[in-house]
Ligand binder design. Structure first.
Ligand code: ADP
Ligand code: MG
Length: 414
């Protein structure tokens, strides 16, 4: 265990959560004494309890309570996990709420003894991954997430924070155990035989070839080092399409419990890598070629547009720096490095979703094994091409071209 849990800590249940809600003065403006309060546990995540709570006669008066468990829910209490991640998540949400309130659920309070955050219930929004699996497009997503990335990554970097605040913020967001999960699950286990890996047997030949690719290992080691040592910005740390809730008008980012100071490209790459997994999945999920092409066009346009918005919204940061310290050539090289990191980290995120412990619905949810193997094979080919090709990328279109130029190698032709 990581330290002892607070003596006041008890995991809530749908019964105890109602009394808890009634006991919180911060919620008096939402729930009244006369209310019948209802609650349901909805956590589909791997790590925490998530309750939706509402007033029976007015379901619009509703909140979400997210409570950390002291172990990995997916695996059980044999895999302990520090409850301090609840503090990290609450503090990251506070920063996001200040920088991009329109994309951050409102936080009512954080309870440091229950490791619990009370926040806005995004009841009109859907986990983006579920929408993408259905082939739903979100026309404003690229603009929204591009802005989210520019603001959260730019404003927490050394380009904006003063020297002392930056170091204190790095210290406040030290998150060793959750970073270690990333280091193992994203940068180590997929590239070797490991008991936690979960790929399906049909794609084993391609997995074994990837695991024997020493040049790939060197690239991944390089990215792992960057992840572990470059305290560039406050990252969300787990910005896949399952941490984004959307509808046709709005975009919200949830679940920053993996937040820490790391390389910007890790967050941008998480978004892009997951859009590319969706791209690969529709190789088989959308049978009609015209429909498939249209949805894929949406995905690639989204990738290009979100990067353009990121660069555009980052410009005020550059406009405010000293041009003698940081001349235009440096600024351009910086953004190019972020783009190349984005390609590399995005690719690692794709490989871990095919080979490693935690898969994604987009691919692992494909029922037909041949179809699933085709989508998985394409995902791995895209990822390997991106990791190895990233040093030559200077424009976002080149990243997209590398990925979309790949084909599945399954079924094997021998
Ligand atoms: P975990 O960290 O355990 O993965 P998440 O923060 O991802 O937990 O939440 C798990 C699920 O709970 C999400 O996939 C989503 O369906 C739901 N959820 C979480 N936060 C909210 C919210 N603010 N509003 C509505 N639903 C939410
Ligand atoms: Mg989580």
């Amino acid at each position: 265990m990581f330290g002892s849990v607070s003596p006041r800590y008890a995991p809530l249940t749908t019964d105890t959560v109602v009394d808890y809600v009634r006991s919180r003065p911060e919620l008096r403006t939402i729930f009244y004494d006369r209310d019948v309060i209802e609650a349901v546990e909805v956590g589909d995540g791997n790590l925490n309890l998530v309750f939706k709570v509402w007033a029976q006669d007015d379901p619009q008066r509703t909140i979400v309570l997210k409570q950390a468990l002291p172990y990995v829910r997916l695996v059980g209490d044999s895999w302990p996990l520090p409850t301090d991640r609840a503090r990290i998540e609450a503090q990251a949400l506070e920063i996001h709420g200040r920088l991009v309130p329109q994309h951050t659920p409102k936080v009512y309070f954080f309870d440091p003894e229950m490791y619990l955050t009370a926040m806005q219930n995004l009841n009109d929004h859907l986990i983006m991954r579920k929408g993408l699996v259905q082939g739903v497009t979100y026309p404003h997503f690229a603009n929204h997430i591009g802005l989210f990335l520019a603001r959260t990554l730019g404003s927490t970097s050394d380009l904006v924070l003063d020297y002392r605040t930056k170091k204190l913020e790095v210290a406040r967001f030290i998150n060793p155990e959750l970073c270690k999960i990333t280091e193992d699950l994203i940068f180590v286990e997929p590239y070797r035989q490991h008991e936690r890996n979960r790929y399906h047997p049909e794609i084993e030949p391609q997995v074994l070839a990837l695991q024997a690719d020493v040049a790939l290992h060197a690239e991944v080691a390089d990215l792992k080092e960057k992840f572990m040592t470059q305290a560039q910005s406050l990252l969300h740390g787990d910005l896949h399409t399952g941490s984004i809730m959307v509808n046709q008008r709005e975009t919200y980012v949830i679940d920053p419990e993996f937040a820490f100071y790391g390389p910007m490209g890790f967050d941008i790459g998480a978004v892009i890598g997951n859009l590319l997994l969706s791209y690969a999945s529709h190789e088989v999920r959308t049978k009609d070629p015209t429909q498939r092409a249209a949805f894929r066009r949406y995905l690639t346009d989204t990738i290009v547009q979100l990067w353009r918005v990121f660069v555009r919204e980052f410009q005020p940061v550059w406009d405010a720096v000293d041009p003698i310290d940081m001349p235009p050539a440096y600024q351009q090289a910086y953004m190019r490095r972020v783009l190349q990191d984005t390609a590399g980290f995005g690719a690692c995120k794709m490989m871990r979703r095919i080979i490693g412990l935690a898969g994604v619905e987009d691919i692992r949810g494909i029922e037909d094994v041949t179809d699933k193997s085709i989508a998985a094979s394409l995902s791995l080919n895209m990822a390997v091409a991106l990791v190895k090709g990233r040093h030559q990328i200077t424009r976002i279109e080149e990243l997209v071209d590398i990925a979309t130029g790949c084909r599945p190698t399954y079924p094997w032709t021998g």
